[in-house]
Design a protein around this ligand. Structure first.
Ligand SMILES: C[S@@+](CC[C@H](N)C(=O)[O-])C[C@H]1O[C@@H](n2cnc3c(N)ncnc32)[C@H](O)[C@@H]1O
Length: 249
């Protein structure tokens, strides 16, 4: 029998795990991302090689002590899923009185972020290339963060994929534990249904207070630069929803 003939007669046999995952057919573990095999540009590869030692953080190093890490005790802002890092670097540059930690799974994005930070002379920023869920559980101590930012998380449009959205009651609770009392969880999305789900999950989560005067959304604060995704959304006439919730207990 030839090798070909031995293959199972399934119409899905040529699918990769990633394709099957995207279609919701095969899920090893419910994750909020699908690892893309993007190639690194020369600049990104060089930035990772030259500056990982000063700017990179490793999941395998376990719990961090932010004050020791930055050699000062300035408030710490954590950004989850920073994409290419453009707005994160801009925020870090504009706020030298704060320390920033970014988490992103997409390696070219991490390379681009480090490269830009280096170019801009930003020294108050460190980044992980890893799943934020695991970093929160294994590396970030409770009660140390002043702000958590989640800007334009993957919306997972189809209903059958909503379980892959990163904002879920369990995630919301893990963010609450990592914030200081008085710290703020700031989310933004250009997908109305996701905004509504975020509002529902956040409003019913214990230990948070909505900072919106109308008990729903807040205007974009000046601290959050317009991102590529938002610019595109605005051109298409889409809305953007910002949510800010304070940890109260
Ligand atoms: C739609 S993009 C938005 C990027 C950026 N925040 C912006 O506004 O331009 C969402 C990003 O979140 C990242 N991401 C999704 N789930 C993640 C996770 N569990 N941990 C770290 N990054 C994640 C993706 O790789 C992707 O770059």
């Amino acid at each position: 029998m030839t090798e070909k003939a031995q293959q199972p007669e399934s119409k899905n046999r040529h699918k990769t795990v990633e394709q099957a995952e995207q279609e919701g057919k095969y899920i090893r573990k419910v994750r909020s991302f699908v690892k893309r095999e993007g190639r690194l540009t020369k600049g990104q590869a060089r930035a990772l090689e030259l500056h990982w030692d000063t700017m990179g953080l490793n999941h395998s190093d376990g719990m961090i002590d932010p004050a020791a890490l930055f050699a000062n005790d300035r408030p710490v802002v954590l950004e989850i899923g920073f994409g290419m890092g453009k707005s994160l670097v801009e925020m870090a540059k504009n706020a030298p009185e704060l320390n920033f930690i970014g988490i992103e799974v997409h390696r070219p994005g991490v390379g681009a972020c480090i490269s830009l930070a280096e170019e801009e002379g930003v020294t108050n920023l460190k980044v992980y290339e890893h799943d934020a869920i695991e970093i929160l559980a294994d590396c970030i101590p409770d009660g140390v963060l002043t702000t958590v930012q989640l800007f334009f998380p993957d919306p997972w449009h189809k209903k059958k994929h909503h379980k892959r959205r990163i904002v879920q009651p369990e995630f919301v609770e893990s963010i609450r534990r990592k914030l200081k009392v008085g710290g703020v969880f700031h989310m933004a999305t250009d997908w109305e249904n996701y905004a509504e789900c975020m509002l529902e999950d956040m409003s019913s989560a214990p230990g948070y207070e909505n900072l919106s005067e109308t008990s729903d959304y807040v205007p974009r604060p000046d601290s959050r630069p317009l991102t590529k995704f938002e610019n595109r959304g605005q051109r298409l006439g889409h809305g953007v929803w910002d949510l800010q919730f304070k940890r109260i207990s």
